[in-house]
Design a protein around this ligand. Sequence first.
Ligand SMILES: [Zn+2]
Length: 128
Amino acid sequence: MDGIPLLFKYTVPDKLYEKFWEGLKRGEIYTTKCKKCGTLYYPPRKDCEKCMSSDMEWVKLSNEGILMTYSVVKQKPQGFENYSDYTVGIARNSDGANLMCWVKGEAKVGKKVRLTTDGQRVICEVIE
Ligand SMILES: [Zn+2]
């Protein structure tokens, strides 16, 4: 049976996460941390699920990390059909946050990575 392409459109609440999106444009990754209990969230959140506080602050994440896992995308999702095969992964940065990222360089679990952005998404560059 053939698949039927579906198109989903959704709106990201720009104002709430403006600092995150603005950071990506400058190569910086921001997230939120609970001021009451200190829990760090990534991606950023408006409220803390641990202590139910809404008193959050923005923090800049470290750009040092380790590649935890990755996958080479050969069957691209809608909107990415024209991309060459690419690699996505999860990197754990030195603050303890797990970041989904596009991997540049030769992916290998356990490798050190430098976390940066391409202006709109998180990139992790494998450090040789
Ligand atoms: Zn909290």
